[in-house]
Design a protein around this ligand. Structure first.
Ligand SMILES: [Fe+2]
Ligand SMILES: [Fe+2]
Length: 378
């Protein structure tokens, strides 16, 4: 798309959200926590330029069934799907991909705004330093997803209403920990799992590279959220902690039940209720929804918001199984996979093509499969 336009009409091109509250200066330039400073150093060392690190010359066919397994189409196998011609199925594939990447894009803009807000509101200087590196990371993420949508998918969707509701709630709250809990632990926690599924399943090299590199950055963001909130939450009163736990439960249900992409069915003129019911009942989509919580659950546990209400909600949703995944190990894997892609890009074109045709990383695919099975057994 030469000009940026949306598949569905939007009422306004700007969205104003009151974000109130105070910002905090800190005159104590000396008291710094070792681990936060190390993370800040890492944040500086690991900066990258998306213009150069990513090969934007790669051609993308958004309708290519080889690149993305049909099982990832929400209505795959249903009567509605089976009645479609190949061309109609290709259109569904294209739109669904554009919808998902559009939500990544809008979510990343939320992360950009939230990271900038944390710089102002978080009390300690070491955390302000680190959050400043995250601001540029999130700007880069907005850059890569918008470029991918504009140049490669040539299609974009407006923000999903449930995601917008959650963003509104997070940004309107003036407390720095709520910005971080809502954005980094909840919204980006879900996003991280979705990036991971694309990274590990797609054979489309550009999407694979983008999502792998973004995840490398996100690994640091999660580490920061864990460090900052792990120190902070034990000092809250019972009532204050309870309020945060209720937020975690509500936001989890909102995203699981309402973040479903019905906009695509609306846009394509399919019967929305009927199609939504198919998606709701699809076992593959149930696994997908479960997998979305694989990154969020271990982090909620790590920051100590692990009261009975949270555990009960996660048990009801069938995602409690993820509580034993170690966030640090997952982050190390994310980094290793990003280095692997860098190495591949240094290979000659022929060698890289050969690697690309090997497709899905089988070891990672097996890991993802075993997590899905674990969740099914729960
Ligand atoms: Fe991000
Ligand atoms: Fe992030």
């Amino acid at each position: 798309m030469a000009d940026w336009s949306y598949e569905l009409p939007i009422r306004e091109t700007q969205w104003h959200v009151p974000s109130g509250g105070d910002v905090t200066f800190n005159w104590d330039y000396e008291t710094s926590r070792e681990r936060l400073l190390r993370l800040y150093e890492k944040g500086k060392d690991k900066q990258w330029n998306a213009t150069h690190r990513i090969d934007w010359d790669i051609d993308v066919d958004p309708t290519d069934p080889e690149a993305r397994p049909s099982e990832t189409i929400a209505i795959y196998g249903s009567d509605i799907w089976n009645r479609m011609t190949e061309a109609e199925q290709a259109t569904v594939r294209h739109h669904q991909l554009a919808w998902l990447n559009s939500q990544f894009l809008h979510g990343e803009q939320g992360a950009l705004i939230c990271a900038a807000k944390v710089v102002g509101t978080v009390p300690h200087l070491d955390a302000k330093f680190y959050a400043a590196t995250q601001v540029i990371d999130e700007a880069r993420h907005v850059e890569v997803y918008s470029r991918y949508l504009r140049e490669k998918l040539e299609m974009a969707y407006p923000i999903n209403e449930s995601l917008k509701t959650l963003l509104d709630q997070v940004i309107a709250d003036s407390r720095w920990d709520m910005t971080y809990l809502g954005m980094q632990i909840m919204i980006e926690g879900l996003a991280l799992a979705a990036f991971g599924l694309i990274r590990d399943y797609t054979t489309e090299p550009l999407a694979k590279a983008i999502n792998t590199f973004v995840m490398q950055d996100e690994a640091r963001h999660v580490a920061f959220g864990n460090l900052a909130l792990r120190d902070f939450y034990p000092n809250l009163t019972e009532a204050e902690r309870e309020e945060r736990e209720e937020f975690v439960v509500e936001a989890s249900y909102l995203m699981r039940d309402r973040f479903t992409g019905n906009e695509v069915w609306e846009r394509l003129g399919l019967p929305v209720d009927e199609t939504a019911a198919i998606v709701e009942q699809s076992p593959v989509m149930a696994s997908f929804r479960t997998m979305l919580f694989s990154r969020l659950v271990p982090n909620v546990k790590a920051i100590g918001l692990w009261g009975p209400k949270v555990q009960k909600a996660f048990a009801d949703m069938g995602v409690l199984v993820f509580q034993d995944l170690d966030p640090d190990t997952l982050a190390e894997q994310d980094e290793a996979l990003a280095r692997q892609i860098d190495d591949q890009m240094r290979l000659s074109k022929d060698e890289a093509d050969e690697l690309a045709t090997k497709g899905v990383d089988e070891r990672r695919a097996a890991e993802v499969q075993s997590v899905i099975r674990l969740a099914d057994d729960d």
